[in-house]
Write a protein that binds this ligand. Structure first.
Ligand code: NDP
Length: 339
């Protein structure tokens, strides 16, 4: 089976790529430059061209960006769309966030409908950002599930980079469900809605300065930034990138995943707990890490929202790794690039 994976240079996509190859799929992945294609290829020296190939898609914010990439011989049966900006360097929310997220999503769906009739399932990497209601804060009396939608408007999203990111994910996912309803394409859709994604960085793509956004807190902690005070945790739920990658692949394999959102999360964490795990396993970082008595980074005293991840657990059948395993492997991967 041939699969199109968008944004193969991304943190999550790199793990999705490896999971797809492990499961025997033939993969074409889109990247923005030939240089990135070459780096991914070199990191998979024993994988033949019919198992791993590339399509250059320079800017997913442009209409028609995926027109050529969706066509392949043999044809694609599934598409996993992960590419979308995830960073907080936003000058122009429309151009930097909304266009690549929203046009990127609708454009790939349009192109599949038009030119890739063999595609049966499309999996889209959405986010907990499209579920959470940021105005409710820690909302201890609420249980988040796939039934929730972030009520942020595009206009409100322009207030700051974090909101711009959240609005980009919310409206990109909404656009996908609207497309499905209005266009009745040949394919079904499943969305992945993970919260903070932690886990080993991919050495051939990442440098310490260009680290993917969600692992920055682990790097920052090891580099001593939380020594006198631990930053607020922000989002109190997480998933390991390898479990999320497997969830994406399961979502193309499991028939009952069709036309569903999946709130994929392993459970709760705090920045304080990350510090405790690092202290236990990496004595060499001790002088940089927060101590037991360092303030900050804990759960709020009023408690936090509850979570219902039963659909992801029941239908996708993925065993979620523990925070301890994830943080140890993340830190090892950061050590390998010289943190
Ligand atoms: P990365 O920044 O590592 O990956 C983002 C990917 O999108 C990269 O391949 C990047 O290409 C590509 N991309 C971004 N903008 C464009 C554009 N304008 N044109 C073409 N390609 C573009 O982040 P993650 O792997 O963490 O994120 C992947 C997906 O997962 C995103 O959709 C994100 O919203 C979602 N997500 C991530 C979470 C997390 O905690 N990490 C949590 C929830 C959802 P390039 O490498 O060339 O920049």
């Amino acid at each position: 089976t041939r699969v199109l994976l968008t944004g193969g240079s991304g943190f999550i996509a790199a793990h999705v790529l490896d999971t797809l190859l492990e499961h025997g799929y033939s993969v074409v992945t889109t990247v923005r430059t030939q240089e990135k294609a070459d780096r991914i290829k070199q990191a998979h020296p024993n994988v033949s061209k019919d198992k791993l190939d590339f399509a250059i898609v320079k800017d997913i914010g442009q209409e028609g960006a995926f027109e050529k990439a969706v066509v392949s011989d043999p044809p694609f049966e599934a598409v996993i769309h992960t590419a979308s900006p995830f960073h907080f360097n936003v000058e122009d929310a429309q151009k930097d966030m909304y266009d690549p997220a929203i046009i990127g999503t609708t454009d790939i769906l349009k192109s599949i409908k038009k030119s890739a009739p063999s595609v049966k399932r499309v999996v889209i990497t959405s986010s907990f950002a499209a579920i959470i209601n940021p105005s409710k804060g820690t909302w201890p009396e609420h249980t988040y599930s796939e039934a929730d939608w972030n009520p942020l408007t595009l206009e409100e999203g322009k207030a700051n980079p974090a909101n711009a990111y959240r609005a980009s994910k919310t409206f990109a996912e909404k656009a996908a469900w609207e497309f499905l309803e209005k266009e009745s394409p040949n394919f079904t859709v499943a969305t992945m809605n993970p919260p903070l994604v932690l886990g080993p960085i991919v050495h051939y793509l990442n440098s310490l300065s260009g680290l993917n956004t969600s692992n920055e807190r682990v790097r920052d902690m090891i580099q001593g930034k939380f020594k006198s005070e631990i930053s607020p945790t922000g989002t109190f739920i997480w998933i390991d990138v390898r479990d999320l990658a497997l969830s994406h692949v399961k979502a193309i394999e499991v028939p009952s995943a069709a036309n569903k959102r999946f709130f994929v999360t392993a459970g709760y964490f705090t920045n304080k707990q990350i510090g405790e795990i690092l202290r236990k396993h990496f004595p060499e970082f001790a002088s940089q890490l927060p101590a037991d008595s360092t303030p900050g980074g804990d759960f709020p005293s009023e408690g936090v929202y509850k979570i219902d991840n039963s659909r992801a657990k029941d239908l996708l059948g993925v065993q979620f790794r523990t925070l301890e395993e994830s943080i140890v492997d993340t830190a090892k991967s950061l050590k390998a690039v010289g943190v």
